[in-house]
Every structure is written in C-alpha cells, then in structure tokens.
Design a protein around this ligand. Structure first.
Ligand SMILES: C[S@@+](CC[C@H](N)C(=O)[O-])C[C@H]1O[C@@H](n2cnc3c(N)ncnc32)[C@H](O)[C@@H]1O
Length: 192
C-alpha cells in the first residue's frame, strides 16, 4: 500500500486526529526543519510523524551525536516508521501519546530537547489536549529551543500560536499540495 493510500484511509477513519489528506511533501518537510542548527542540535523530538516524511529529513541531516526521538500514536504508522528507520543510530521510534512525552524522554535519559518538530493537528485538538501539549513543550524544550509546527492553512493560526509563544515566525511553502508552511515558535509562555 502506498503512503498516500494508508494516510488517506487513516484520515477517512480518524478525521481531525489526522487532519490532512496526504503526507507532507519533501518541500514542506525540508521547510519545516529549515531553522535547525544541525551542528549544535543534541536532541530533536518529532511529534506525530505519520508515514515519516519529516523523519526522513531528520534522519538524513542530524549529525551522529544528535538523538532523534520520533513519537507517533497510531500503531500502523509506527510499524512503518520502525521498518523505515530502526537501525539508524541515535534515532528512536516510540509508539505513544504526546501527553506522555516527558516520561518517554526521561525513560531514554533525556531531560530537554533543542527542537520539537510537530506534525500534530494542534488546532483540531480539544482545548485540554492543546494545553497539555504546550505544558509538556514548556517542560521539555530548552529555553533557547524552537517548536516547529507544520500547517496546511498558511498564516491562519499565527494568532493562535502567538497566544502560546513570545516569538512566532511563519515560513510559506507553495510547492506542497495544498500550499502549506511551518511556524517557528520560541519562548513558550506559562499556561494559566
Ligand atoms: C497531519 S498528520 C502528520 C504526519 C506527518 N508528520 C506528515 O507531515 O506527513 C498528524 C499525525 O499526528 C498523529 N497524532 C495525532 N494525535 C497524536 C497524539 N496525541 N500523540 C501522538 N501523535 C498524534 C496522527 O496519528 C498523525 O500521524
């Protein structure tokens, strides 16, 4: 089965938990990690990896001393990610929910991450899950780190992410279908 067919099937069954018809294109995947300083990054966490288009870029670009922890909740996507990336030194595929990220990292001896790259459908999450996500980001992201978030609705959620972060920049990627982009968010605010 192709990645597109698997992904579309998941979207038809799970709707807003997937919130996209197709995996991110290579252009969007590269744009989403454009701000990463590969020479300085020691820990990168990917959330909601799906079939792994962004994971592929992380696996190719992360230097040998950098740990990459790839989290995905769906067991079928996880099986595929294991087939594709297990054996890549320093890269760990984990089946689990983002709510448990702090414990998942602690189990691997990791306290904080330099970058969190998210493919999660955050705006479709219920408010309690949004707040749990940003609480966990505040716990595990280094103060100078960045939270990178893909979107298929360019600019629409700028105000939303500015509610949670002091500094939010948007990068547009017109070659994705649909045209898409990524938010680069820094300095997460305290959650009330
Ligand atoms: C829009 S897809 C993005 C997939 C991939 N990153 C890409 O760019 O093509 C969102 C992914 O987030 C996963 N996901 C949704 N809720 C999650 C949660 N609470 N914890 C972990 N993963 C979750 C879904 O299973 C899905 O694979």
């Amino acid at each position: 089965m192709s990645d597109f067919t698997l992904f579309l099937g998941k979207f038809l069954k799970q709707g807003t938990a997937i919130a996209s018809l197709a995996p991110s294109s290579p252009w969007l995947s590269r744009a989403t990690v454009r701000n990463i300083d590969w020479t300085a990054a020691r820990v990168i966490v990917e959330l909601g990896a799906g079939t792994g288009p962004i994971t592929r870029v992380l696996a190719a670009k992360a230097l040998p001393g950098c740990r990459v922890v790839v989290l995905e909740r769906d067991p079928d996507f996880c099986r595929l990610l294991h087939e594709r990336f297990t054996g890549r030194t320093g890269l760990d595929v984990v089946e689990g929910d983002v709510r448990d990220l702090t414990a998942i990292l602690a189990d691997r001896g990791i306290g904080q991450a330099d970058y969190i790259v998210s493919g999660l459908p955050v705006p479709s999450f219920p408010r309690d899950l949004q707040q749990a996500l940003f609480r966990v980001v505040r716990q595990v992201l280094r103060p100078e780190g960045a939270f990178n978030q893909i979107t298929e609705l360019p600019w629409v959620y700028l105000r939303f992410y500015r509610k949670y972060f002091e500094d939010v920049q948007f990068v547009f990627e017109p070659r994705n279908l649909p045209p898409a982009g990524a938010y680069f968010c820094r300095r997460v605010k305290p959650i009330a």
